[in-house]
Design a protein around this ligand. Structure first.
Ligand code: G1P
Length: 298
């Protein structure tokens, strides 16, 4: 088994129901966050952590994703002719980022099923999984720490973040115990979207994982769980319960900036937060936002 993490799986087969009608003919991963599609942030994060082999698990209606990461010769020529080098650079950037492969999920049977579809592409080596609804601020790197821990512990690594106790039912929740590293915990149990009163903690799984290939064998027999879907969390629970299988599960606690683009209100918040921090937009937006907020009636 090769020990270094080189490949990443990005499940992108969701229907984007929460964003209809915007997602009627366009994948939700292509929704712009400021001026880049959400999915490009995720691919850039992978590349920043040294992963340049990307496998996207896609559904129907996802051609725009493949087109976005492909060359568009006509557009490039046009921008070149006009001398618009800034836009040319931005357009070329998406197609030069990484080796991006696409695989259809077939039946949408859940996140665990999407990951299992990657088995042949990944082979027998550790790999990352990144969920597109979670954007991690490039200034607060997470994935590189997770990859480092994977190499050190030869275990499964998940990203955990403290959330408000009443919000835990939207996530996978972890029972944990401390390790020698204050940023890393040993995961002793995992439950997918528990009722608030049943949650083992308010540590939520956020959408970054560094998995060992043994997870595929587990996913083969994982039964549909929450929502009738094959849940990745259920397979990871099996790995957490028996360290003999693949060295157990550890969590890296993330305390940096994370933006959720999974529902409409959070998506709008993500755009505002990222835009005010941008050099080209912040100067105009900040004073306007202050005025706007001051003028808001309760
Ligand atoms: C998925 C996972 C869940 C995790 C969440 C993070 O749920 O199943 O364990 O906490 O992503 O965003 P989803 O939000 O896709 O329903």
């Amino acid at each position: 088994m090769s020990n270094s993490v080189r490949k990443v799986v990005i499940p992108a087969a969701g229907l984007g129901t929460r964003f209809l009608p915007a997602t009627k003919a366009m994948p939700k991963e292509m929704l712009p966050v400021v001026d880049k599609p959400a999915i490009q942030y995720v691919v850039e994060e992978a590349v920043d952590a040294g992963l340049s082999d990307v496998l996207m698990i896609i559904g129907r209606n996802k051609n725009a994703l493949a087109n976005h990461f492909d060359r568009v010769t006509e557009l490039e020529l046009n921008l070149k002719r006009k001398g618009d080098h800034d836009h040319l650079e931005q357009v070329e950037e998406a197609s030069d980022l990484a080796d991006i492969h696409f695989l259809r999920q077939g039946d949408p049977l859940g996140l665990g099923h999407a990951v299992l579809r990657a088995r042949r592409h990944i082979g027998n080596e550790p790999f990352a999984v990144m969920l597109g609804d979670d954007l991690i601020d490039a200034r607060d790197p997470l994935l590189s720490k997770m990859i480092e821990e994977q190499g050190k512990r030869q275990a499964t690594i998940i990203a955990l973040m403290e959330v408000a106790p009443e919000a835990i039912s939207l996530y996978g929740a972890a029972a944990v115990e401390p390790t020698e590293d204050p940023q890393v915990v040993r995961v002793t149990g995992l439950v997918e979207k528990p009722a608030v009163e049943d949650a083992p903690s308010n540590l939520a799984i956020i959408g970054r994982y560094v998995l060992r290939p043994e997870v595929f064998g587990i996913l083969e027999h994982t039964k549909p769980g929450k929502g009738g879907e094959i849940q990745l969390t259920d397979a990871l629970q099996e790995l957490a319960a028996d360290e003999e299988i693949a060295g157990g599960v550890y969590g890296v606690i993330f305390t940096g900036r994370r933006y959720d683009t999974g529902d409409r209100a959070d998506y709008i918040k993500a755009i505002v937060q990222l835009a005010v921090d941008r050099e080209d937009l912040g100067r105009e937006l900040k004073p306007w936002l202050k005025d706007f907020v001051a003028g808001l009636a309760d």
